[in-house]
Design a protein around this ligand. Structure first.
Ligand SMILES: *Cc1c(COP(=O)(O)O)cnc(C)c1O
Length: 379
C-alpha cells in the first residue's frame, strides 16, 4: 500500500464533531448576564464530575498540568534546601517545577524496557534532604506505584504522582492519579483527555492538601475575597474549558477504549519483532496508558525515516535525557551516569495511537514497522 498523504501523529480533527458545541459555549458564556469566565459553577461541576469518575476525595482544576505539579509541591512545602527525586528521562516540567521552587531535582535512572523510573534508583537517591519523590507515568506504561508508595512510606517522604499522560489508565484496579498523595492531569489538546486549549487538575484524598491547592491557585485567598492567607499564584480554570470538558467527559471511555484497542493490536503485531531490534511495551492493559504508543528500536532514526517515507508521522520523546539538557546540567553531578535514560533517548520512537485512526491506517502503520524489522533481519 503506498500513500499520498501522511497519517498525522495527533488527530487534527479531534474536536471536529464538537465544533458547534464549542461555539455555542463561547457564545453562551460570553453573552451571559453574570459574565463569569473563571472558577464559576461550570468549573465546580467539572471538578465534581471528574472526582466521581475517580472515586477520589477531591479534584482541583487549575491552569495546566505543570501548574498542578507546582501547586502540589508548593502545598507540600517544597523549597530551597529540599530535594525531590524525579525520573532522569521525561519531560521538562519534572525538572522545572522543582527547580523553580528553589529545590533540587535529583535525577534517577529508568527501567530499560518500560522507561519509567526504576524504584531501586529512586530509593538509592533518597537523602536526609529529600522532601518528595515524583515518579511519572511514561508514554505507554505506568510507573510502579505500589513500590513507590512503599518507598515513600518507609522513608517518610511525600509522594507526588505525575499522571499527566495517564488519565484513564488503571493499575491493579486503581485509576492513575489516585496512587500518590496527589496526582495531576493535563488537559492540553494532545493528552488523552485534552481540550481545545490549556488546563490541568490536582487529584487528592488529603483534604488539607486540597484546601491548600485551592487557595494557592487563586493568589492564596481562602474563603473571603482579598484576604490572602498565603503567597499564591494565578492558576485559575476557564469556564468555557470546564463546560467543554464536561461535554466531552461521557465520550472519554469510548475514545480511550479505541486507543487501547489500537495499542493491543500494535503490541500483538510487534511482539514477534523482539528479536529483530524492535521492542513494544509489555502486553496487557494493567498499568498501561495510551497517550502515545512507544517503541524501542535499535535503529530508531532509520525506522523513523522508513515510516516517514511510507506516510507515517512519528515522534521522538525525548532526544535527550534530562541530565543532558543544558537547563538541568547543574543538577547532573559530575561522574554520575544514567545509562538507561541515555539508551532510551537514542532508541525511543512513538507512533500514532489517537482515537481517530481508522483500522486501515493502524494496519498500514503496523505493516510499515514490521516490514522495516523484517528487512533488517537479513542485514
Ligand atoms: C504534559 C505533561 C506535563 C505538563 O502538562 P501541561 O498541561 O502541558 O503543563 C507534565 N508531566 C508530564 C509527564 C506530561 O506529559
Amino acid at each position: 500500500m503506498t500513500r499520498q498523504e501522511t497519517i498525522p501523529f495527533f488527530a487534527p480533527d479531534l474536536f471536529e464533531a464538537d465544533r458547534e458545541v464549542l461555539l455555542d459555549l463561547v457564545r453562551g458564556i460570553g453573552t451571559a448576564a453574570e459574565q463569569k469566565f473563571i472558577l464559576g459553577e461550570r468549573t465546580a461541576a467539572f471538578e465534581e464530575a471528574l472526582r466521581a469518575t475517580l472515586g477520589a476525595a477531591d479534584v482541583v482544576a487549575c491552569s495546566s498540568g505543570t501548574s498542578a505539579l507546582t501547586l502540589v509541591l508548593t502545598a507540600m512545602g517544597v523549597g530551597p534546601g529540599d530535594e525531590v527525586v524525579v525520573p532522569a528521562y521525561g519531560c521538562a516540567p519534572l525538572g522545572n517545577t522543582v527547580a523553580n521552587l528553589g529545590a533540587v531535582p535529583v535525577l534517577a535512572d529508568i527501567d530499560p524496557v518500560t522507561m519509567v523510573v526504576d524504584p531501586a534508583e529512586v530509593e538509592s537517591a533518597i537523602t536526609g534532604r529529600t522532601k518528595a519523590v515524583m515518579p511519572a507515568h511514561m508514554f505507554s506504561v505506568m510507573a510502579d506505584m505500589p513500590r513507590m508508595r512503599d518507598i515513600a512510606r518507609r522513608h517518610g517522604v511525600r509522594l507526588v504522582e505525575d499522571s499527566a499522560v495517564a488519565q484513564g489508565g488503571m493499575l491493579d484496579g486503581r485509576p492513575a492519579g489516585t496512587w500518590g498523595e496527589a496526582g495531576v492531569f493535563s488537559f492540553v489538546q494532545v493528552k488523552t483527555f485534552g481540550t481545545a486549549g490549556e488546563g490541568g487538575a490536582v487529584v487528592t484524598e488529603d483534604p488539607e492538601l486540597a484546601c491548600l491547592v485551592r487557595s494557592l491557585r487563586n493568589h492564596g485567598q481562602e474563603g473571603q475575597r482579598f484576604r490572602h492567607q498565603r503567597v499564591g499564584c494565578n492558576s485559575r480554570f476557564d469556564e468555557v474549558q470546564a463546560a467543554f470538558l464536561l461535554h466531552r467527559l461521557p465520550g472519554f471511555p469510548e475514545r480511550l477504549e479505541r486507543r487501547a484497542r489500537i495499542a493491543d493490536y500494535y503490541t500483538e503485531r510487534f511482539t514477534p519483532l523482539l528479536e529483530r531490534g524492535v521492542v513494544p511495551p509489555p502486553p496487557g492493559r494493567n498499568g498501561r496508558c495510551f497517550y502515545v504508543y512507544s517503541l524501542l528500536a535499535d535503529e530508531r532514526d532509520a525506522l523513523k525515516e522508513h515510516l516517514a517515507a511510507h506516510g507515517v508521522a512519528s515522534h521522538v520523546y525525548y532526544p535527550l535525557p534530562l541530565p543532558h539538557q543544558p537547563a538541568f546540567a547543574r543538577f547532573a553531578p559530575r561522574g554520575r551516569r544514567w545509562p538507561h535514560a541515555v539508551a532510551a533517548s537514542r532508541r525511543q520512537l512513538a507512533i500514532p495511537v489517537n482515537p481517530h485512526l481508522t483500522d486501515a491506517e493502524t494496519e498500514h502503520i503496523a505493516d510499515t514497522v514490521c516490514a522495516f524489522a523484517e528487512g533488517r533481519r537479513s542485514t
